[in-house]
Design a protein around this ligand. Structure first.
Ligand code: AMP
Length: 389
């Protein structure tokens, strides 16, 4: 761990109870904006720390509601619902980055919100995000903004100066899991309705990176400036959706070290509080370019639940409630595999495997592309054999 104490107050300001034996529990629940699987896993981690959670999510059957003390069923911009959340909770966090910044602005008048509105605002806009990353020495693919069809054509012409280079146009806001993206092959040119296909909204166009591997780093930072990174995971995507995350990454100490260095630099540049996930592309020569970061716990860190003493979920809660951050204590290799759509039918077979932790999200309806759960297989393959001694 490293970091400078900074001037910001330690959290939360609401009373906490120091019980005999030194255990600290907050007197009020932790609020979570968003009730998906990430909120659910935060809720489970909170319970283990003796904490409770209140979830705000418009979906009455949100996965996190099943593990929350209370569920405020309302839109994220509902002022009354936000006031209720602020009233009920000692601190508020969020589990997805499309929470309106205005909601955070309303909440902070009454209750601390971590990560703060600045980190959220940067992460929500791919253009601001890339500007921020580059300004802090974290390289990205070359990129241009495009606000209409003519701008899209000009951006592609600019970026495909090198023959054979492809581009990808992405909506600046509200993209996730490869949604809101259009790959543009220079030999085919820009589709005449390209801008329209992406919804007629502001875009960022980036050069297509010929990467050897994708890697991500989960890092936690406290209000006091302590920083705790997790080992980088090597990620494989299928149809734009994360499929597997493996640790160690197998990419070598230099690549891992640079990836961690960038994630730590980002957390420090943002004066960040909580866990963030930084996704990077690794070129054949080992150089790294950042793709994006998520100001929240991240799918590529789910393996930490099965493999570390302190998971990304617990570390995030520690950061936002002012509890100490610690080395995560990851003890073995691990592979996390998302169960997407019909993959969920593999559950009986997975439950029969040793060294596999299955985690289902309590979603009743199976849909193609929907994340239904994941499993983490820990240890090297030889550890997976049944011990017959
Ligand atoms: P994103 O929604 O930006 O995380 O993109 C989803 C996935 O699409 C990434 O994890 C990559 O596999 C791929 N991708 C996105 N942008 C690029 C790029 N500029 N070059 C190559 N692959 C990309």
């Amino acid at each position: 761990m490293h970091g400078e104490p900074n001037a910001r107050p330690l959290l939360p300001p609401s009373p906490s109870i120091r019980e005999p034996g030194g255990l600290v529990t907050t007197s009020k629940p932790i609020g979570i904006l968003g009730g998906g699987q990430l909120g659910r896993m935060l809720g489970l981690a909170a319970a283990r720390l003796g904490q409770t959670v209140v979830v705000l999510d418009p979906d009455p059957v949100a996965p996190a509601a099943q593990v929350a003390n209370h569920h405020v069923v309302a839109a994220y911009d509902d002022p009354d619902a936000l006031a209720e959340l602020a009233e009920r909770c000692c601190v508020v966090t969020y589990e997805f980055e499309n929470v309106p910044v205005e909601a955070v602005d309303q909440l902070v008048a009454t209750v601390p919100v971590w990560p703060d509105g600045h980190a959220l605002g940067v992460a929500q806009d791919r253009l601001r995000e890339k500007d921020f990353l580059n300004a802090h020495g974290i390289p990205t693919a070359p990129y241009r903004a495009a606000d209409d069809q003519a701008g899209l054509v000009a951006a592609v012409a600019d970026l495909t100066g090198t023959p054979g280079t492809a581009c990808v146009a992405k909506t600046r806001r509200f993209g996730y899991d490869g949604q809101g993206q259009l790959r543009i092959d220079p030999s085919e040119g820009v589709p005449a309705d390209g801008f329209e296909q992406l919804g007629g909204v502001p875009l960022v166009v980036e050069g297509w990176v010929r990467f050897e591997a994708e890697v991500s780093v989960i890092v936690a930072r406290s209000a006091a400036g302590d920083v705790v990174p997790y080992p980088p995971a090597r990620n494989v995507h299928r149809d734009g959706i994360l499929s597997t995350s493996t640790v160690p990454s197998g990419l070598g100490d230099d690549v891992d070290g640079s990836a961690v260095g960038f994630a730590v630099a980002l957390a420090e540049a943002l004066d960040y509080v909580g866990v963030l996930g930084l996704e990077l592309f690794v070129a054949a020569d080992g150089t790294l370019v950042a793709n994006e970061f998520a100001p929240r716990v991240h799918n590529s860190g789910h393996w930490s639940e099965a493999n570390c003493v302190v998971s990304q979920f617990e570390q995030h809660l520690r950061a936002v409630t002012g509890l100490p951050l610690v080395h995560p204590g990851c003890h073995r290799s691990a592979e996390m595999v998302n169960l997407i759509g019909d993959d969920v039918h593999r559950i009986p077979e997975l439950l029969a495997e040793p060294n596999v932790m299955v985690h289902l999200y309590g979603k009743s309806e199976v849909r193609p592309g929907r994340k239904m759960g994941h499993y983490t297989r820990v240890g090297r393959p030889r550890d997976h054999r049944l011990d017959r001694s």
